[in-house]
Each structure stands twice: as C-alpha cells, then as structure tokens.
Design a protein around this ligand. Structure first.
Ligand code: ADP
Ligand code: ASP
Ligand code: MG
Length: 281
C-alpha cells in the first residue's frame, strides 16, 4: 500500500484559483508540496461559466453569440499559449471549443435545460485538461492526468440542479478512479455529472464544492480541502465589509447553515456527504 493512501486528500480549486496560467501554477505547487493530494477537482476558469450562462439564457444575435464565444476562446487560449501550445492539448481544446460553438448554435438551446447543461459543462472540461498539463510542466514530469468526471458523478436527470446518486458514484469511483489514483494525481471536473442515459447534468451554480465533497466520500478520503480566493470562512463576506473576522473552527452544521443562507464560500450541499459519513470538524 502506498504511503499516501491512509491520508488520501481531495483538493478543490475554484474559478479564480484556475483563472489563468499563473494562478494554476500556484495551485500546482500547493498540490505537489503535499503527496497526500491525489484527487484534484477544478472549477471552470473565472468568468467562463457566466459567459456560458449568457449563451444559454439570452436570445443573442449571431454576432453577439460569436463575441461571447470569442471571449471564451481568449481565456482558454491565453492559458494554452502560456503552456507553449503542446500539440495534443491544443487539439483537445480546439475540439472542445468547436463542440461548444455547435451546442451554442442549437436553435432550441434556450428552452432545453438538457442542452444548457451540456453547454455549461465545457468550462470545467477545458480547465481540467489545461490544469493537468500545468501540473506536469510545473513538476517537469508526467505526474498528473485529467479524468472525465461525468462518468464518475452519477446523478438523476434534473438538469440544472441534479441530485447525485451516491452509491452509483461510489461504484464508479471504485471501478474507474481507484486504479488511476495509484499511478497519478487525477484532475477532474467539479459541477458536472451524468444521468443514467449518459446525458450531461450539472449540480447548480457553485456546485464544484459539492462535487469535491461527493468525490471525497466516494474514495473514502481522509480529508477534503477547498481552496479559494479568501483565506478562510469569515463571519461575513470579507469582500463586502472589513469588519468580517476569520472563523478558526466551525461545525459542519454551522457551515451548512451559513451556506444555505447565502455565504458563497461554500455550495449549500457541500457538507451533506461529511454529515452523512459522520466525519468530525
Ligand atoms: P470559488 O470560485 O473558489 O468557489 P467563490 O467566489 O464561489 O469562489 O467563493 C469565494 C467567495 O465567497 C469569496 O471571494 C468571498 O467573497 C465570498 N464569501 C461570501 N461569504 C463568505 C464568508 N462568510 N467567508 C468567506 N468568504 C465569503
Ligand atoms: N463553474 C461553476 C460555476 O461557476 C461551478 C463552480 O465553479 O463551482 O458556478
Ligand atoms: Mg464557489
């Protein structure tokens, strides 16, 4: 048994943490400094999901749609350029961008929650590919691999706010993920899953926190780390008032309550797997 398996840690990095090459490199260094982190869950790069939501919800002209798609391409290509555009990754990202443009052009997009979830999935699908390559470049070695999280996180078919199927997700993790974790640091996507017909689903905005908790439960992780752009949970949003104070320790129930009443620091469902498994603070 490898020495990390006792302390297997899942780490989730949010949108600002994977906003660009620099930010991704900082995250890669955090991961490489802790051999217990074997599973990494990433959000879409900052701004991408908002742009995808715009494509899915607003009636845009052809030109307007093209302009939003171009903003998305610019963010992804900036990271790809900083990576030196490795051929295989370039092909993968270009293909994803083409598929994204096709979904964005579907005439019934606005009325179809199913198509919208397909559209929303592209942000995380691109950031995870780019992030795995950043890890390999920072490590100067092939230490990380990106893994298709939709086959892991099985959900019902409530597009836009899917409910996870916990046992199925656990089975998938045992079958598909555990062998890979022996070999590499696995980088997967938060927020997205698939239903029993393999349609893409999403857990709702901010859902990557919840995904990370579900994956941590599925692999019986020792710890889940949620990395973000503020240094902890505060009494209130530190971006709104300088009077916000850091909270050094908080129970799962209190944190869940804060999240339910709108503290964006955690998706409200994130604590459910921990409470279910009887974990301690
Ligand atoms: P990520 O993309 O990493 O998931 P989010 O933007 O979803 O990040 O959540 C982090 C943000 O949550 C912080 O930048 C902060 O403005 C906000 N926030 C709201 N309430 C709190 C709180 N009680 N403590 C800390 N941050 C909070
Ligand atoms: N990318 C998704 C969002 O912006 C999920 C997440 O970041 O947690 O809502
Ligand atoms: Mg968030």
């Amino acid at each position: 048994m490898s020495n990390w398996s006792e302390s297997l840690t899942v780490a989730k990095f949010g949108g600002t943490s994977v906003a660009n090459f620099e930010a991704m490199s900082r995250c890669a260094r955090i991961i490489l400094a802790n051999p217990s982190i074997r599973l990494v869950v990433v959000s879409a790069s900052a701004g991408i999901t908002n742009l995808l939501v715009k494509l899915g919800n607003e009636k845009l002209s052809g030109n307007e749609r093209e302009s939003v798609l171009q903003q998305i391409r610019n963010i992804e290509n900036a990271i790809l350029n900083d990576l030196g555009r490795p051929k295989q990754l370039e092909t993968t990202i270009e293909l994803l961008l083409e598929q994204l443009a096709e979904v964005a052009a579907q005439p019934d997009l606005i009325s179809s929650n199913k198509l919208k979830d397909e559209l929303l999935s592209f942000g995380e699908r691109m950031s995870s590919q780019l992030f795995a390559e950043v890890m390999n470049q920072v490590a100067e070695n092939s230490v990380a691999v990106s893994f298709e999280g939709r086959q892991l996180l099985k959900t019902d078919s409530t597009f836009g706010k899917a409910e996870p199927q916990v046992e199925l997700t656990k089975n998938q993790a045992e079958k598909l993920l555990n062998p890979l974790l022996q070999e590499k640091v696995v980088v997967t996507q938060g927020f997205i899953g698939s239903d029993n017909f393999d349609n893409t689903t999403t857990l709702g905005r901010g859902g990557s926190d919840y995904s990370a908790a579900l994956f941590a439960e599925a692999v019986s992780a020792f710890a889940l780390q949620i990395w973000t752009d503020v240094p902890g949970i505060y009494t209130t949003d530190p971006r709104i008032t300088s009077q916000a104070r850091p909270i050094s320790e908080i129970s799962f129930n209190e944190a869940a309550e804060m999240a339910t009443f709108g503290a964006k620091i955690l998706h409200p469902a994130t604590l459910i797997p921990a409470i279910r498994s009887g974990s301690k603070v």
